[in-house]
Each structure stands twice: as structure tokens, then as C-alpha cells.
Design a protein around this ligand. Structure first.
Ligand SMILES: Nc1ncnc2c1ncn2[C@@H]1O[C@H](COP(=O)(O)OP(=O)(O)OP(=O)(O)O)[C@@H](O)[C@H]1O
Length: 255
């Protein structure tokens, strides 16, 4: 199967602080990758580079078989959507207008087509925010805003979805729903990469775990194998271990 993403030897420094040294991984259609690692390890930086928002100091990024920089801005936006960690809340748009922006890379017109409207509504229904469509974005709660932003990413129809802590602000039911939607999206031959601190959401919903440490992908393992060798857990805390629940699901416990 062809790689949707091929990342090779990425390095990046914020000023004198080197964050990425040699980050390398590939991703294929159908994969839902959890990007894990402690605070400040470089998860957002890596997602920003993949989204084309930061230029790496070294290494290569290929998207859909072509160098990232060889795609035009619009072509890239058709292929990659990005949910950043923080966004200005005071945007003067309704929720529906904000989701409609996800369709911009696909239209030359001022107005959205019928098909665009169908996709916008479908995305907002999937993230349970269609009933907020006429609300001004800034008047929504943190979790409601997060669902609108996720809908914009889905409406964009990209083959790669980069999500920086997508379950932030969401209540538990919505966290589970968000990760289920992303899993479903990956099954539609997409690649989803979600930076998260929730190891149980990652284990139960993602197909693969990438653990970033000291500038490299220190562990790259299938979720189904994460319980067998638990060395990767030590990067987070010595108090963690994985057991199975009575339903046979792997679950991270802390002591
Ligand atoms: N604009 C910046 N200028 C200088 N240093 C920065 C800048 N942005 C991030 N950093 C530093 O780069 C490192 C990586 O930051 P990044 O936000 O990528 O980490 P992260 O893994 O996403 O963290 P978290 O889990 O806390 O969200 C951190 O040490 C951070 O302080």
C-alpha cells in the first residue's frame, strides 16, 4: 500500500533549543496514529511542520507521494487539515461559516455549492454541533468550539488529518465520540494523527502509537502490541502499567 505520509530525518530548533533531531515515520491509509510524549517534547512542533506551518531545519516530508513543498498552498490544503492546539475564540463568524472555511480549498466560487453544504452539515452532525450552526463562534463554550473546529477539519475532506489534542475541553462522552469519529475517518482510507496525553483513548481507539522522546520517535508500535512490551510507558511515569479490563481491553492504570 502507498504511504500517505513519509517523514524522514526531521530536525527542528526553536532558537537554540533543538526539539526534533531525527524524527522518522510513515503512515498508510486507514491508520489512526496517536502522537504521544511528555509536555514540551515537540508534538505540536511536529504537527506544525507536517501542516506546512513551520519549515524544518533538515529532513523530508512527503505527502501523497510528493514532497510537501512541491504542492501548491491550495493543493496542500486539499490534502492536509490541521486542528491546532489553540485558536482565537473571538472570530466574528457563525459556527457554520467557520466549518464552511474547511471547503475553501475545493471551491473557486464565492459561495458554497450544494455539495459543500451537504458536507458541512454532515461534518457538523458527526461532531454534534449542527444545532449550534447559527451561533457566533465566540459565544460557544470551549467544548462546543472544539466540536466546530473538528467539523471544519472533517469538512475539508483531506487525506491526512493532523489533530493537536482534539479531545481538549470535551466532556468524557464527547472525548469518546471524538476519537470514534477519527477512527471512522481513518477507516475511510485517511490518515489521522492525534497528539494526546490520554493514553487510554489512544490505546482503545488508535491503531498505532508514536512516542516522541528527545527529538526522535522513540517507540512506534501497534496499539495491539502495546501491552506486550511496556517499556514505552516508562517515558511517562514509573507508576504506570497496562492490564486488561474484564472485557479484554488494554487499560493503563496508575499506582
Ligand atoms: N515559539 C517558540 N519559541 C521558543 N520555544 C518554543 C516555541 N514553541 C515551542 N517552543 C518550545 O519547544 C518545545 C516543544 O514544544 P511543543 O509545543 O512542540 O511541545 P508539545 O510536545 O506539543 O508540548 P505539550 O504536551 O505541552 O503541548 C518546548 O520546550 C517549548 O517550550
Amino acid at each position: 500500500m502507498k504511504d500517505v505520509l513519509a517523514i524522514d530525518g526531521l530536525s527542528f530548533s526553536h532558537g537554540k533549543r533543538q526539539v526534533l533531531r531525527n524524527a522518522t515515520f510513515r503512515a498508510q491509509p486507514g491508520e489512526f496514529l496517536a502522537l504521544l510524549g511528555v509536555n514540551g517534547v515537540g508534538k505540536s512542533t511536529l504537527l506544525d511542520i507536517l501542516a506546512g506551518l513551520r519549515e524544518p531545519d533538515g529532513g523530508t516530508v512527503e505527502i501523497d507521494g510528493r514532497a510537501q513543498r512541491a504542492w501548491g498552498e491550495r493543493e496542500l490544503a486539499q490534502r492536509v487539515s490541521h486542528l491546532p492546539q489553540a485558536i482565537h475564540a473571538d472570530l466574528p463568524f457563525t459556527a457554520e461559516q467557520l466549518v464552511a472555511m474547511g471547503r475553501y480549498p475545493h471551491t473557486d466560487r464565492w459561495f458554497e455549492s450544494e455539495e459543500d453544504h451537504r458536507l458541512i452539515q454532515a461534518a457538523m452532525e458527526r461532531t454534534h454541533c449542527w444545532h449550534h450552526r447559527q451561533r457566533t463562534f465566540g459565544t460557544l463554550s470551549g467544548g462546543e468550539r472544539q466540536r466546530v473546529l473538528l467539523a471544519a477539519c472533517l469538512a475539508q475532506g483531506a487525506s491526512t488529518l493532523l489533530l493537536d489534542e482534539p479531545s481538549t475541553f470535551l466532556d468524557i462522552e464527547q472525548q469518546l465520540h471524538c476519537f470514534s469519529v477519527l477512527r471512522e475517518e481513518a477507516r475511510r482510507d485517511k490518515v489521522c494523527i492525534a497528539a494526546t496525553h490520554d493514553l487510554n483513548l489512544a490505546l482503545t481507539h488508535c491503531t498505532r502509537l508514536l512516542v516522541l522522546s528527545e527529538g526522535v520517535i522513540a517507540y512506534d508500535l501497534l496499539s495491539s502490541e502495546a501491552q506486550r512490551d511496556q517499556a514505552w510507558l516508562r517515558l511517562f511515569s514509573s507508576r504506570l502499567r497496562i492490564d486488561s479490563t474484564s472485557a479484554g481491553t488494554p487499560w493503563v492504570w496508575y499506582q
